[in-house]
Write a protein that binds this ligand. Structure first.
Ligand SMILES: [Zn+2]
Ligand SMILES: [Zn+2]
Length: 119
């Protein structure tokens, strides 16, 4: 019989679910169901960020009459980055920056830029 795994965020909780990306076990409360499998919150954040960034990029692209181009890319990248910067500002000021939200921001910003690419 396999050893029961324990949620990496709740060491006392047994679980049979693990993240599709990093393989860490997590409980049903922590797991996030995505289109590409069950993920831990850390990995799901990146996906959600990329999706949110892409969505924001598409919205701005439509608002701008689907012109795309450098200006639309700059606007959507800024619009996507600002909420993250607001979120990260307290950490930045405290000098204790967690790299994960920063990576999530990069994902979101890239997705926002890609959404506005002129094809
Ligand atoms: Zn994971
Ligand atoms: Zn948990």
């Amino acid at each position: 019989m396999a050893e029961p795994m324990h949620c990496y965020r709740h060491p006392k909780r047994e679980t049979r679910v693990s993240c599709a990306t990093c393989g860490r076990p997590m409980c049903t409360e922590c797991m996030v169901a995505t289109d590409v499998g069950i993920k831990c919150p850390d990995d799901a954040t990146w996906l959600i960020s990329a999706a949110a960034g892409y969505g924001a990029g598409v919205l701005i692209n439509r608002a701008g009459g689907r012109n795309g181009g450098p200006l639309a890319i700059v606007i959507s990248v800024l619009a996507t980055a600002v909420p993250f910067l607001v979120l990260l500002a307290p950490n930045l000021l405290a000098g204790a920056l967690n790299p994960r939200p920063l990576i999530a921001m990069v994902f979101a910003v890239i997705a926002a830029g890609v959404a506005n690419r002129r094809i």
